[in-house]
Design a protein around this ligand. Structure first.
Ligand SMILES: Nc1ncnc2c1ncn2[C@@H]1O[C@H](COP(=O)(O)OP(=O)(O)OP(=O)(O)O)[C@@H](O)[C@H]1O
Ligand SMILES: [Mg+2]
Length: 245
């Protein structure tokens, strides 16, 4: 990989579900070391973008480059072994397996489970270590979210895709999960983050993109997005000044 090259580059990506167009020419790039946020309303195409990048959905057209390599048609398990992993929306843990078994499965691309890595994940999420023998299906929603992120980290990714890590969590846990994402980033993992919680995501991220019905309508540094009146009105919960006639 050349130094000038982005770690991930999405170019003119078009994805359809049958006759439904979900992404209509999306361009996103992520450099090594960055945290990049994708914001957007329900149905904008955020999950579709992540699923397509990680090889779970085929592109109708466009390209996805990872470490300079064209991965547009590479299957999902190979993409994991190239150094990308995805903590999906809605957690998707294996409910009838224990916490630790779920974590081991996250390392399926490796010959042996790296116990140092497991130790690090337990340091990030001490709750998971306490519950390591417990069935994942009996964990609370927040704990399942931690497990989904922990499992994604077991394959030692250079790029971690996170789909709504704060969804459904109590405010205190939201804070904790964002703090942990920062720690993961500081450990050298690049993060592409999808979030409805726009303010918290932008406080954490270096840059952000705004998706609206399958198209990027705005991109910039987090500061630019936080200061943009249009973004404030649409995503940050600040009401437009009332029109008084
Ligand atoms: N399996 C599917 N079949 C048909 N249409 C789908 C499918 N999955 C998603 N879509 C449609 O594609 C569009 C984008 O969906 P996507 O899940 O990517 O949105 P999102 O931005 O992640 O939304 P949310 O914030 O609600 O998670 C939506 O209009 C959705 O209805
Ligand atoms: Mg989604």
């Amino acid at each position: 990989m050349k130094n000038s090259e982005a770690l991930l580059r999405i170019e003119d990506l078009v994805v359809n579900y049958g006759s439904i167009n979900a992404l209509n020419g999306v361009n996103i790039s992520v450099d090594r070391g960055e945290i990049v946020a994708i914001l957007g309303a329900n149905g904008a195409g955020k999950t579709t973008t992540l699923r397509s990048v990680s090889g779970l959905l085929p592109a109708k057209s466009g390209f996805i480059y990872f470490k300079g390599e064209d991965i547009t048609k590479v299957p999902a398990h190979k993409i994991v072994s190239l150094g990308m992993s995805h903590a999906p929306e809605g957690r998707r843990v294996f409910k009838t397996l224990t916490v630790e078994e779920n974590l081991f499965l996250g390392a399926f691309t490796k010959k042996n489970v790296d116990m140092e890595r497991l130790k690090w994940i337990y340091e990030l999420f001490p709750r998971l270590e306490e519950r390591r023998k417990q069935l994942a299906g009996t964990l609370s929603g927040g704990e399942q979210q931690m497990l989904a992120i922990g499992r994604a980290l077991m394959s030692k990714p250079d790029l971690l895709l996170l789909d709504e890590p704060s969804l459904g969590l109590a405010p205190l846990l939201v804070k904790a999960i964002f703090k942990t994402i920062k720690e993961i980033s500081q450990a050298g993992v690049t993060v592409l983050l999808v979030e409805q919680n726009a303010k918290a995501a932008l406080r954490l991220a270096n840059r952000g993109y705004v998706l609206e019905v399958g198209e990027i309508v705005f991109s910039g540094t987090s500061k630019e997005l936080l200061e943009s009146e249009k973004i404030q009105e649409a995503y940050l919960g600040k009401k437009a000044k009332a029109d008084i006639h």
